[in-house]
Design a protein around this ligand. Structure first.
Ligand code: MN
Length: 203
């Protein structure tokens, strides 16, 4: 019995249609996220002293025993990243950033459109599997690309928005056209969640 559990999707599998298909959401949540979770829990079972919060694990896996270090990095990272990802999307389509985070985006990137362009280009350029992130780094907004299931949190940066660009996140619907997936994904970004994470990160 492991310590961590699969968080339920906070909306129906088809709630992000037409931008992210029901089929993708079912596989992505029920199969991929479940697999990261199962492997993370197996590692914790082998080393119960690593039964810490997932955030602690992401920050400190480098000091874990050799037989679980990479599992904590890859599967702990996968568990954590996907737990965030479901919350960072919403069935309330076409939200816009508002309040302080909107002001900070304008300050850091010039405008909302310029931010979307930079983020989208960076996401499209990631070679192979990874994530594109908007983070709070020393109080400021910045973009970070991570390979595989690495999290900006390991580098001391706080993720407030993340986009999964693994093929499993889009291939069934968008095939090899990652840029089309990125364009569609903006429609389901949960800017209310981003604003909340920004406030928490700035504290
Ligand atoms: Mn994924």
């Amino acid at each position: 019995m492991g310590k961590f559990e699969l968080p339920a999707l906070p909306y129906a599998y088809n709630a992000l249609e037409p931008y992210v298909s029901e089929q993708i959401m079912k596989l992505h949540h029920d199969k991929h996220h479940q697999t990261y979770l199962d492997n993370l829990n197996k590692a914790i079972d082998a080393h119960p002293e690593w039964g810490k919060s997932i955030e602690e694990i992401i920050k400190t896996y480098n000091s874990a025993p050799d037989d679980i270090k990479n599992v904590l990095r890859n599967h702990g990272g996968g568990y954590y990243n996907h737990s965030l990802f479901w919350l960072m999307m919403s069935p309330k389509k076409d939200q816009m950033p508002s309040g302080k985070v909107a002001d900070e985006i304008n300050k850091a990137f010039g405008s909302f459109d310029a931010f979307k362009k930079q983020f989208g280009e960076a996401a499209t350029k990631i070679f192979g599997s990874g994530w594109e992130w908007l983070v709070v780094d020393s109080g400021k907004l910045a973009l970070v690309s991570t390979p595989n299931q690495d999290s900006p949190l390991t580098q001391g940066k706080i993720p407030i928005l993340g986009l999964d660009v693994w093929e499993h996140a889009y291939y069934l619907q968008y095939y090899q056209k990652r840029a089309d997936y990125v364009d569609a994904w903006w429609h389901v970004v949960n800017w209310a969640d981003v604003a909340m994470r920004f406030e928490t990160a700035k504290r």
